[in-house]
Design a protein around this ligand. Structure first.
Ligand code: BGC
Length: 717
């Protein structure tokens, strides 16, 4: 249950498969394109933090120079899946080790048959090392020619980010290439070292921006020719002379077997911490491993200046920008299974606090208003305009960068959860508290007082449900803002007791006088919450007065309700994109009793666009259904989330992994079916398993100790 397999190559689904077969190591990811190339492919490698400017959407991860390129000529005929005949084909991604393998039995146009095997991995042991091995076995006596290169002529769907800087042959079997991003000036160096069974004497072709090695072998019938390509990669973000680091990585590695072994050992340690096993459901088992694998290969282990984009590093979608997807959907996986990675992600928010302060200031507020879409600096990079669904020539205004103010509280919530699970007081005192106080300050300054009712409101916002914009008093936003203010005050009390000196320094630095803090409490207590006497929350002012809609009337459909109604008109209906009130009740689940959740669950569930709305929705819907004891329904939503990419549920997996859904899938298992509850005094589980599951096991860290939970149906009776 560790292998994702593809048995035939279908050009129609090649972009989807490129995403599925992405490999990576937390420093970079490379999409699963074929070494030799294929027409129409979306070939890409994304390196964390390597952003460059681009019109309209401000900045994007620059598709790095290509390290994969490898062409095989067999008796002068170029190997390609496009020509000749593919007699046998199999591609496998080993989730346990990150090794991607492809076997092809190929008949050339002139009828010569050969077997080719390609293997590649991005070393988790040394993040600057990539490895590719190609083995060719002809069924005839002949010549096998291998050309392999570094290719600096890459682009982001037509847009070029790179200037050529330098290339050279370092020695007999080593060459390098340096490029620089055009606007941000980041240098990226790649270096190749070729290894064969015997020593190689490759020709060097000094093609500008495509330095190439060419090696010709004479092979007898049934004899295997092997070439190993080690690639070193580094940028000026890592070292002043990146080519030195790149060359060091490839010289350190002695051979394929050793490099692979070191990589496997590193992976073993990863899985030791986060392994989830589900007996009785092979699909769920492989899917959770796949989703975890995708998060693990995107997770920065040695860099706290970067975050994980909504599509990880696996595609062009959302251009590498990070959203609330990180703190609310992905972070819990790391907080509980790899706290050092969680801390890196939160450090990024600390590092980008100045940009969040700046955004608040520019909008006329105080404190920290984080970017809805964040990249290298933390400045707001949400595009202001995007093409309309129905008419690509028309532009639609995107408001999330201005109005999705819940992002600041989402980050504060992530910090709080991290602290609860890890007990990392030091980090909270040094960094986390400052973020929480600054976001609290923002919410106090953003609240508007309605004198006649003596309440504070948040007008003109967008909540998690983005089918409705410019709404007033979105319950999720209001309550999380309130939670943020009150929790910041609570942590400040804790800080005062535990770190008095730090408290004095911080309160002076942030100008937090006792009067000001007293006012914060007053504001927080008077924030409007649209709660009806029976416990039902109105998603925002006037939601219940909108046209009601029976989503079943629109079935069967293959479009979201947003597309069906149109962006403007969707505002007038009660159809929602993803859980909003329920999302809140999930996050603050300790505060609501079953009846209070039930009434909202019953109201909002039928009005949610589960299958075509946001991919963030199903996993959360699943946890809430589990909380309600509706295990079958929870399973339906869970499996929808688990399949998001493997089955390309929304038809856009080619743009990259749905990272929030991947993180949500883990939450649906651990907090939903596993019923894990974590508090300051320990943890407990209240499990409910789908009927066909024979067991569910998962692991997590609580206060530095690895906990192993095994749940079996017989223990629940
Ligand atoms: C969702 C947002 C999400 C974004 C990035 C949007 O479609 O509505 O909640 O943050 O995608 O994944």
């Amino acid at each position: 249950m560790w292998i994702i397999t593809e048995k035939t190559f279908d050009p129609i689904s090649q972009h989807h498969k490129e995403t599925i077969f992405t490999i990576g190591n937390g420093y970079l990811s490379t999409r699963g394109t074929l070494e030799e190339g294929y027409p129409g492919e979306h070939r890409a490698t994304f390196v964390h933090g390597v952003f460059d400017d681009v019109p309209v959407v401000f900045t994007e991860l620059a598709n790095a120079p290509d390290w994969l390129l490898l062409t095989v000529l067999i008796n002068g005929e170029r190997f390609s899946l496009k020509s000749g005949k593919v007699l046998d084909y199999q591609r496998e991604l080993n989730l346990r080790t990150g090794l991607l393998t492809r076997h092809v039995c190929w008949q050339s146009p002139s009828g010569h048959i050969s077997t080719l095997k390609f293997e590649r991995f991005a070393s988790l042991h040394n993040q600057h090392l990539l490895a590719l091995r190609c083995q060719v076995t002809p069924e005839f006596n002949g010549e096998v020619e291998i050309r392999t290169a570094l290719n600096g002529n890459t682009d982001n769907e037509g847009f070029t980010h790179w200037d050529w800087v330098e290339q050279n042959r370092e020695n007999q079997d080593t060459l390098y290439l340096i490029n620089r991003t055009r606007k941000t000036g980041i240098k990226l160096a790649l270096a190749i070292r070729l290894l064969g069974i015997d020593s190689l004497q490759p020709d060097y072709w000094d093609v500008e921006n495509v330095p190439t090695f060419r090696q010709v072998f004479q092979a007898g019938c049934g004899e295997t020719v092997t070439i190993t390509k080690f690639v070193g990669i580094a940028t000026s973000r890592d070292a002043e002379v990146p080519q030195a680091l790149a060359i060091e990585a490839i010289t350190k590695s002695q051979n394929w077997d050793i490099a692979l072994k070191e990589n496997e050992q590193a992976w073993e340690q990863e899985w030791e911490r986060c392994e989830v096993s589900i007996e009785g459901d092979d699909e769920a088992q492989i899917a959770i491993r796949f989703n975890l694998f995708q998060l693990l290969i995107a997770a920065p282990r040695h860099d706290y200046r970067v975050n994980i984009g909504a599509k990880t590093l696996s595609g062009f979608g959302y251009r590498g920008h990070a959203f609330w997807d990180t703190e609310i959907f992905m972070l819990p996986v790391f907080t509980y299974t790899a706290p050092h990675i969680a801390r890196n992600l939160l450090d990024y928010r600390y590092l980008t606090l100045p940009a969040a302060r700046q955004k608040a200031h520019q909008a006329g507020y105080e404190g920290a208003f984080y970017a809805w879409e964040s990249a290298a600096t933390g400045e707001e990079v949400t595009p202001t305009w995007v093409p309309d669904f129905h008419d690509r020539k028309k532009l639609t205004r995107v408001w999330t960068g201005d109005l999705a103010i819940h992002i600041s509280a989402d980050i504060a919530y992530g910090i709080w959860q991290y602290w609860l699970a890890t007990g990392d007081d030091n980090w909270l005192a040094e960094r986390g508290i400052e973020i929480m106080l600054e976001t609290a300050k923002f919410y106090v300054s953003r609240a508007e007082w309605q004198a006649d009712k003596d309440i504070y409101t948040y007008c003109d916002v967008i909540g998690p449900d983005e089918y409705h914009d410019h709404v007033n008093n979105n319950t999720y936003t209001n309550r999380l803002a309130q939670w943020n203010i009150l929790t910041a005050l609570q942590i400040l009390d804790w800080l005062r007791e535990k770190y008095p000196q730090k408290t004095t320094k911080l309160t002076q630095q942030l100008n937090l006088t006792p009067e000001l803090l007293a006012n914060w409490r007053k504001v927080a207590e008077k924030i409007l919450l649209n709660k009806h006497p029976n416990g039902l929350f109105e998603q925002f002012d006037g939601f219940f007065a909108l046209k009601d809609v029976n989503l079943a009337d629109y079935e069967p459909r293959s479009k979201s309700m947003h597309e069906i109604f149109g962006i403007e008109a969707a505002n007038h209906y009660q159809a929602i994109k993803q859980p909003d009130v329920l999302m809140l009740q999930y996050l603050l689940r300790e505060e609501y009793n079953d009846q209070e959740i039930r009434v909202n669950y019953d109201y909002y569930t039928p009005r949610t666009d589960h299958s075509y709305g946001s991919s963030l929705g199903p996993s959360i819907q699943s946890v809430v259904a589990s909380m309600m004891g509706e295990v079958d329904v929870a399973y339906e939503h869970f499996i929808l989330a688990a399949r998001a990419d493997l089955r390309d549920i929304r038809g856009n997996a080619g743009d990259g992994i749905h990272a929030a859904s991947a993180g949500g899938t883990w939450q649906a298992l651990v907090f939903g079916f596993g019923g894990l509850k974590v508090g300051s005094h320990g943890w407990s589980t209240h499990a409910r398993l789908p009927q066909h599951w024979k067991s569910l096991s998962f692991r997590f860290f609580y206060r530095g100790q690895l906990q192993k939970v095994v749940i079996k149906p017989e223990d629940l009776r």
